[in-house]
Design a protein around this ligand. Structure first.
Ligand code: TXA
Ligand code: MG
Length: 319
């Protein structure tokens, strides 16, 4: 029997009972549990096989809920919250004593966001506690953007995926922290850097491939298909190196018109937003075709293209 359901009351019952429910957001599906339940939080880590040093994002229904969770909100954080919440931005702020150490991996900061999905906002409003929710995928693998992706990963581990359809933005939230009240991007994501800078001016980016990162979304290999994946500027040149192989191609907007390979075009009209929304679903699809290699095209290095390139880079990093 399918674990995918639209029954919000059932989700409330399970979460109140310290169980996990996968929830839809506009970025990716999250594996959610009560932030105050040690049992629920531990099972988030064990279900995902996620190391305990990797802290979780707390999801709240509105900006006002922030006051109970953090002790200091820099001016620029207020501007950002007003501009982009509900939405695809996570802020890392100094945590209050109410937030369990398990959520933050012992750090004195907590990551928080107001997601922009009607079902999940409704759920958060009805629950008397916020939800911790990492992306609903096993550690290191491709994030889920459809309920079926979550079901494939976790049908033996959780009782319910709250069905909110396909995620409209399709890549994880942009994470912003503050050092001496000045904003720093820890993870590029579904909210473009340019949109953030339009509100608060220039921000620093610390989104590098470090091995022991502040935000493990920064690990060099992450969001990765099982199939060998390459990221190139010109696919037509690269395929010549793989003659006779089963090739999958992920292009931005142009077709190679080559019947000998499997091709997915992310946005025929050249929209980066559409491309981002289809990125993970396309990687999931190609990864299940038993191909020898997936070749992805590098995006223009601006707007959401920067975030898409970041994810493709991590998907293609070989160990
Ligand atoms: O779009 C999203 O952000 C999705 C949806 C479900 O909201 N969630 C998500 O969570 O991507 P997750 O756990 O896969 O990624 C959260 C990232 C991790 O890289 C984690 O290290 C970072 O947030 N993070 C959490 N707390 C942090 C903190 N206190 N300081 C720095 N980074 C933190
Ligand atoms: Mg993740």
């Amino acid at each position: 029997m399918s674990i995918i359901s639209k029954d919000i009351q059932k989700a409330i019952t399970l979460l109140t009972d310290e169980k996990l429910v996968a929830i839809p957001t506009e970025t990716v599906y999250g594996l959610a549990g009560n932030i105050f339940s040690e049992k629920a939080i531990k099972s988030i880590f064990s279900t995902k096989k996620r190391p305990f040093f990797n802290p979780l994002i707390v999801h709240v229904p509105s900006i006002t809920s922030l006051e109970e969770i953090v002790i200091h909100i820099p001016e620029k954080a207020k501007l950002l919250a007003n501009a982009f919440w509900p939405g695809s931005m996570t802020m890392v702020l100094k945590k209050s004593d109410k937030i369990p150490d398990l959520i933050t991996a012992g750090k004195d900061t907590v990551a928080v966001r107001v997601p922009n999905h009607p079902l999940t906002l409704e759920l958060l409003k009805q629950l008397p506690f916020p939800l911790a929710a990492p992306s609903a995928n096993p550690f290191g693998s491709i994030s889920p953007t459809k309920p079926e992706h979550v079901e494939r990963y976790f049908k033996n581990d959780i009782e319910m995926v709250l069905d909110g359809g396909s995620c409209t933005n399709g890549i994880e939230s942009t994470i912003i922290g503050f050092e001496n009240d000045e904003p720093i991007i820890y993870r590029l994501g579904a909210l473009a850097l340019e949109d953030i800078e339009a509100v608060i001016g220039k921000v620093l980016i610390k989104n590098k491939k470090e091995q022991s990162p502040d935000a493990p979304g920064m690990l060099a290999r992450h969001y990765a298909p099982a199939t060998k994946t390459l990221l190139v500027d010109d696919i037509s040149i690269e395929i010549k190196h793989h003659l006779g192989k089963k090739i999958g191609v992920l292009s931005f907007s142009n077709s190679l018109n080559d019947n000998s390979l499997t091709e997915i075009i992310l946005s025929e009209k050249g929209s980066m937003h559409e491309a981002a929304s289809k990125l993970y679903d396309s990687l999931h699809e190609l990864d299940h075709l038993d191909l020898d290699v997936i070749i992805a095209e590098r995006f223009p290095d601006n707007g959401l293209g920067k975030s898409i390139n970041d994810r493709l880079q991590r998907a293609t990093f070989s160990l």
